[in-house]
Write a protein that binds this ligand. Sequence first.
Ligand code: ACO
Length: 330
Amino acid sequence: MYATLKSIGAYAPQTILTNHDLEKMVDTTDEWITKRTGIKERRIAAPDEVTSDLGAAAAKIAIARAGIDPKEIDGVICATLSPDYLTMPSTACMIAHKLGLSHVMAFDISAACSGFVYLLNLAKAFVESGAYKNLLIVGAEKISSYVDYTDRGTCILFGDGGGAAIIGQTENKNEAILDVHVASDGEYGHLLITPGGGSKEPCCLSLLENKRQFIQMAGNEVFKIAVKTLTNDVIDILAKNNLCAEQIDHFIPHQANFRIIEAVRQKLEFPEEKTVLTVHKYGNTSAASIPMAMNDAYEEGRIKRGDLILLDTFGGGFTWGSALLRFGGE
Ligand code: ACO
């Protein structure tokens, strides 16, 4: 029995924040943002829309596309760095509740932008072991709640959104999740961090005054390590599975920065038409980025059942990962 990705769904909030809007908020220009990141605009959730709303909206689409009864879902796992609540209840519990799924396993994982690939790793193991038949995995982020809109080094990058998939069982290897590789190195945790609000720096007035509750990033250092790690990770997973770049139908990298994607794509010689890009319209939506990109390609009719997909991601922690799967949906 193999695990398969049966369906994909995504949700992008209505409000668009363009580079020109950001020009009015911080000392930046559309030209700088476009040249350095490839981002033109990103979505921002409404004040009354929370991370679990974005995740639940994406999940509804994934469930409908999987053609399963919600009662057949055995568990919900959510990857997010912007949970509804800092400690509890988990965002996965809120998503399950909003979907009317009661009495199912529900929990969150914390792997920053690598969250969706980490979810695939978990769901694959759960399904292949026979412990669960159908799992709903969700990457959802209202990162705008954790971004300092006076910091031009970070606020230009991030956007809100949700992506979801149903992971089920199959006996057909031509629609299986073939391999997932995830890893981490906490030595670099300080380079991409939300320093305040946890047990290390519990919430207090001075923490808020010093904006320690917001994401901080040493962008240039993260950039260099991201390019190297993402490239090596793809080389490793392809070699381990005796595959070459030409055999991949769709390369779906984490959508953090067009220059990072382009550096990896060129090094590995993936053709442009096989590389899925959404960074220009959604920015970096962290754990939601890969499923949102996969959903875009799916809705454009580019992804068909059995297509070989390569995912590659990198994020805070540092965490990183890659996955090889054959699309198992309709
Ligand atoms: N507008 C104008 N100028 C800016 C802006 C801005 N928005 N931001 C920074 N600058 C300036 C800097 O102050 C600096 O000026 P100086 O030379 O006078 O000091 C100059 O531009 C260059 O700054 P760098 O930080 O070196 O710019 P860089 O080319 O590295 O681009 C960026 C910055 C876009 C943040 C890039 O480093 C990046 O994308 N990093 C990786 C992000 C990433 O992949 N994160 C991982 C996933 S995220 C997650 O897990 C949550």
